[in-house]
Design a protein around this ligand. Structure first.
Ligand code: SF4
Ligand code: SF4
Length: 406
C-alpha cells in the first residue's frame, strides 16, 4: 500500500481507503459476515482510513464498523472518519450530543477525522449560526476528535468560501473523470491543496458507473490505450496521478472489486501517467457526460420517497437504457425490478411531485422532472401488460428462474 501525507500534520493515510456506505447487504441489512471479511482483508492489505457516517446503511454503518474493529482487535490499525449529521442539529449542544452518540456507536473515545457532513450553501450558513467553530475547537481541544474537516456538495465559489471559513485539516469532495467542472471541481481541488488541506475523494467511480460494462463509445476510447487497464483502473489511476489528492475512498462491495482496487493502488504514484494517458481518461469522461442522461450517483440521500419510488434505481436503469445497446434487456430489468413483478412497485410513475426528495439531492437533480422522463421512456404498454400477465400465468419459480438466467 502507498501512503500520502496530510499536509498540516504529516499523518500518513493509505491512498486507497474504505468507503463504508456500500457494504454488501442481505435482506436490507449489512451482510456482516461478508462485510467483515472485506474490511479485514482491506486493513491487512494496508488500508488505514475508514470512512463512515451517521446515515450510512440506515444508521447501521457506524455501529458495524465499531463492533468489527473491537472484535477483530483492529482499532489501532486504522483512522476512523465519520461525520456530523448537521441537518439533524438545531443547537450547538446538539453537535456535542451527536458526536457523543457516534463515539459510543464506534466504541472509541476519539475520532481521528471528523467532518461536517454534506455542506452546501444553506448548510454552511446554518452551522455558522449554530456555532460549529466553537464545537470543533472544543472537540479538538479535549481530544474527542483529532482532525476537523467537511464534505461538500455545492458550487466552486461556495467551496472556496468554506475552505477559507475555518482552520480545517481536510476536506472531502466528489471528483472523478466526469465531475471536473461541477461541484468543487478541479479548481476547488487545487484551491484546497494550495491552502494545505488534505483532500479526500468520494465517488471516484460515480457510484460504480465507471466500473461497470462501458458504453461502446467509451470503451472505444479505452481501447486506444497502449497500456491495458480496466475502466475502474483508469478512473482511479487518473485520480491518483494528481499530487493534490491525499486519499481516494471506494465503497467496495465484493472481494473482486477490493482486490482490483488494491492492485491498482499499488502503482498509484503522483505523476505516473503519461500526458497522453491523462488526456485519454479525460476524453472518456467527456464522452460519458455526453451520453449520461441523469447525473445520479446512487447515494440514496433522497430516500425514502413517501410514495414508494426507488429513485436511485429508476435513474440507474434509465441511464443504462440510454448508454447500452441492449434496450430490451434494460427495459425488462426496469419492469422486473421496479414494476411490481417481484417486489412492491417502486417505479417512476408513482411520483406525486411532492418535492420532498429535491432538497436532499447533493447533485441538485430536478428529481420529479427527471422521473417523468424515466416514466415516458421505461414504462408504458409493455409494463402495463407484462406485470399482470406474468403474475397470472407464470408460476413464481419459473419467473425467478427466467430472471436468474438473464
Ligand atoms: S417528488 Fe416524487 S420521487 Fe420525490 S419524494 Fe415526492 S413523490 Fe417521491
Ligand atoms: S437522485 Fe440525488 S440524492 Fe437521490 S440517489 Fe441520485 S444523486 Fe443521490
Amino acid at each position: 500500500m502507498l501512503y500520502r501525507k496530510v499536509p498540516k500534520t504529516g499523518d500518513e493515510l493509505s491512498v486507497l481507503s474504505y468507503g463504508c456506505m456500500r457494504f454488501p447487504e442481505k435482506k436490507g441489512k449489512i451482510d456482516e459476515e461478508n462485510a467483515r471479511k472485506l474490511l479485514v482483508k482491506a486493513i491487512e492489505s494496508g488500508v488505514n482510513y475508514l470512512d463512515t457516517a451517521w446515515g450510512y446503511h440506515n444508521g447501521q454503518s457506524e455501529e458495524f464498523v465499531g463492533k468489527m474493529l473491537e472484535e477483530e482487535g483492529l482499532r489501532d490499525k486504522v483512522k476512523i472518519a465519520t461525520k456530523l449529521p448537521h441537518w439533524l442539529t438545531s443547537s450547538r449542544e446538539d453537535m456535542d450530543k451527536y458526536l457523543g452518540i457516534q463515539l459510543k456507536k464506534l466504541r472509541t473515545d476519539h475520532i481521528e477525522y471528523y467532518l461536517i457532513h454534506d455542506l452546501t450553501r444553506g448548510g454552511w450558513e446554518k452551522i455558522k449560526a449554530l456555532g460549529f467553530a466553537d464545537f470543533l475547537d472544543a472537540a479538538r481541544k479535549d481530544g474527542r476528535i483529532i482532525n476537523a474537516g467537511f464534505s461538500f456538495h455545492d458550487d466552486t465559489a461556495t467551496f472556496k468560501e468554506i475552505v477559507d471559513g475555518y482552520d480545517w485539516d481536510f476536506c472531502q469532495i466528489q471528483y472523478n473523470i466526469i465531475d471536473t467542472t461541477n461541484q468543487a471541481g478541479t479548481e476547488g481541488l487545487e484551491y484546497a491543496a494550495s491552502k494545505n488541506l488534505a483532500v479526500i475523494i468520494m465517488e471516484p467511480l460515480r457510484g460504480g458507473s465507471l466500473a461497470r460494462t462501458q458504453p461502446a463509445e467509451v470503451q472505444a476510447i479505452w481501447d486506444e490505450a497502449e497500456t491495458k487497464r480496466t475502466p475502474a483502473g483508469w478512473a482511479l489511476r487518473w485520480l491518483w496521478n494528481r499530487p493534490e489528492i491525499t486519499v481516494v475512498l471506494s465503497g467496495m462491495t465484493d472481494m473482486t472489486a477490493l482486490e482490483e482496487n488494491l492492485n491498482t493502488a499499488s502503482a498509484a504514484y503522483p505523476g505516473s501517467l503519461t500526458e497522453d494517458e491523462v488526456r485519454l481518461a479525460e476524453r472518456a469522461g467527456e464522452k460519458y457526460k455526453e451520453i449520461m442522461k441523469v447525473g445520479c450517483t446512487g447515494c440514496g440521500y433522497c430516500m425514502p420517497c413517501p410514495f414508494g419510488v426507488n429513485i436511485p434505481a429508476c435513474f440507474e436503469l434509465y441511464n443504462s437504457y440510454h448508454m447500452f445497446d441492449d434496450k430490451k434487456h434494460e427495459k425488462f430489468m426496469y419492469i422486473s425490478r421496479l414494476g411490481g413483478l417481484l417486489n412492491d412497485k417502486s417505479a417512476a410513475s408513482l411520483c406525486r411531485n411532492c418535492g420532498k426528495c429535491v432538497k436532499a439531492c447533493p447533485q441538485h437533480i430536478d428529481i420529479p422532472a427527471e422521473l417523468k422522463n424515466v416514466k415516458n421512456d421505461m414504462e408504458g404498454p409493455a409494463m402495463k401488460i407484462m406485470v399482470p400477465v406474468s403474475k397470472i400465468y407464470l408460476p413464481i419459480r419459473k419467473r425467478l428462474d427466467i430472471l436468474r438466467n438473464r
